[in-house]
Design a binder for this molecule. Structure first.
Ligand SMILES: C[S@@+](CC[C@H](N)C(=O)[O-])C[C@H]1O[C@@H](n2cnc3c(N)ncnc32)[C@H](O)[C@@H]1O
Length: 248
């Protein structure tokens, strides 16, 4: 049965996914999503897999923080943290969580493919289960590469890092992982080779490993190794950032 179901071609899966694409409903899903994440310790484990790969200090951005589970951990650890999400419902959930814990984070509504930040603003960007929700993944990774700090060879300072956790098809094709990735895809997510996207966007992949749920979860870390001049700055001036709030 499973083989027959998994035998559906990617194109057919895409068609079904368009019918009930959960990504289109993040605003409405936000309260339920926040409650579910709080009750799922395994989710916390997956998202917190980014933590050991972030620098000890500096400015950190989380793209697509959703209800802010990881963002709360980040803001307890770094004095300067920003979170950007497209969904105002998710930002409301994150704002509440951070407000309750009195954690200062700059929350912005915006799109990962057009970030409202100057080039080289961040030492690290964290992103969990968000790239798969974005149709133009390369545009998002390029934007993230732009806002990461350039390396400074004179000061022997490395470039900023993108630390990403997301779902995908397991490399060894095992049934459990393949079935789970297939389900993610059915619900509207984009399963892709994040490492290849990072390389294409000018980041060097320094870590890549599969873990959890039949190896259908992967952690990929990309570092900005070459100095990018303001190649994408033209886009920033027109970036839309519809609302901004700060929690204290
Ligand atoms: C599956 S949720 C993941 C939330 C959280 N990072 C986690 O691991 O639980 C995906 C999040 O990405 C946000 N998102 C989707 N597309 C986006 C985009 N183009 N720009 C910014 N955020 C986006 C959604 O609103 C949602 O909050």
């Amino acid at each position: 049965m499973l083989r027959r179901v998994l035998g559906l071609r990617r194109k057919e899966v895409r068609l079904v996914s368009q019918l009930f694409n959960l990504n289109a409903f993040y605003d409405r899903l936000a309260p339920a999503y926040a409650a579910a994440m709080d009750l799922a310790p395994v989710w916390r484990r997956y998202t917190e897999a980014v933590l050991p790969h972030l620098p000890d200090s500096g400015m950190v951005l989380e793209v697509g923080p959703g209800p802010g589970l990881l963002l709360a951990r980040l803001s307890a650890r770094y004095p300067l943290v920003a979170g950007l999400d497209r969904s105002s419902g998710m930002l409301r959930q994150a704002g509440r969580r951070l407000g309750r814990a009195r954690l200062p984070v700059r929350l912005s509504r915006g799109d990962a493919t057009l970030l409202p930040y100057a080039s080289g603003s961040f030492d690290a960007v964290a992103m969990t289960f968000t790239l798969s929700a974005i149709p133009d993944g390369l545009a998002a990774v390029r934007e993230i590469a732009r806002v990461l700090r350039n390396p400074d060879p004179d000061r022997k300072q490395p470039g900023g890092v993108l630390v990403l956790v997301d779902a995908g098809y397991p490399g060894d094709g095992n049934r459990i992982g393949t079935g789970l990735a297939w389900l993610w895809e059915l619900f509207g997510d984009h399963m892709r080779d994040e490492a290849a996207l990072m390389e294409e966007a000018g980041l060097e992949v320094i870590t890549r490993r599969e873990f959890g749920a039949g190896d259908s979860i992967r952690l990929v870390v990309g570092q900005k190794r070459r100095i990018m001049r303001e190649a994408y700055d033209a886009g920033v001036s027109s970036a839309r950032c519809s609302s901004r709030r700060e929690t204290k």
